[in-house]
Design a protein around this ligand. Sequence first.
Ligand code: ADP
Ligand code: MG
Length: 320
Amino acid sequence: MGEFDLIRRFFQRPVAAGAPAGVEVGIEVGVGDDCAVLVPTPGARWLVSSDMLVEGRHFLSTVDPARLGHKALAVNLSDLAACGATPRGFTLALALPRADEAWLAGFSRGLLALADASGCPLVGGDTTQGPLNLCITVFGEAPPGRALLRSGARVGDEIWVSGRLGDARLALEVFRGTVVLDGAGFEAVRAAMECPTPRLALGQALRGIATAAIDISDGLLGDLGHILAASGVGACIELDALPRSATLAAQTAAWQRACLLAGGDDYELVFTAPPGVRLPDVGVLLTRVGRIEAEPGLRVVDARGEAVAHGLRSFDHFAS
Ligand code: ADP
Ligand code: MG
């Protein structure tokens, strides 16, 4: 199987896939020419984001290829979700050690299933031989002035998170051998790590409601910290209010703190909104976890309002 057979077999599909029928918006030219040709909604803004996944750093070599395909796209769609964007398409730059058909079939199945479910067709990419490395760029749209940014949080806003935090980190600790779980508990947290759900519907529904938003990829402390820095504010969050699974709630207090505050790989949204505003119901759990304050910095308190000393920080690829 040569490079072009590989692209045709696993990544090229009819142009209409994912484009809304009869709508003048979508993909005019997809995989197969030198460029893809996309048709934007008149007046809309493009929102563009890239995320790279490197073997050994972002995933284990033993991961199920269908789950890896799903996750590679999911982490990118999560950035569109954080900005309230509607997905329009994506490109895939892929380095593969060899053309393993079973692996490619699984990978493209997981990848394209999420692409279909999200209305986000694969429109192009690049394929090369080399150490396993995946880079996706997603293209989305939002009406002018409506993208959710990190910079809009105001003193007095409430802080909300979607879903439950910390399970992906807990799964990583099981792989590392530092935590032991039973079979059912492990499968649940493993799915959180390998198969995250990008909160696209929530992000779009929060346009005009949330004042700031970000997706939690490196841990709540660091990612909420980006909102605080961009908005020039501080915050207080309540540790006991942070939403967690029954599996995580059964762990020691120290592991719960580490996974909830600095876990990473959650791909939930953390956003701010004025108190009393009506939040959208898109079938995703929303939990109020704190408040934006004028005093700079991020304080973590317990249910009685007393400071929690945690000594944690978020993941940073180049931190020494
Ligand atoms: P070029 O040489 O012009 O850069 P390529 O030979 O790399 O083009 O790719 C041929 C076509 O296949 C292009 O349309 C490109 O976007 C597409 N393509 C290459 N690799 C992938 C991939 N991994 N996924 C989707 N499309 C791809
Ligand atoms: Mg070319």
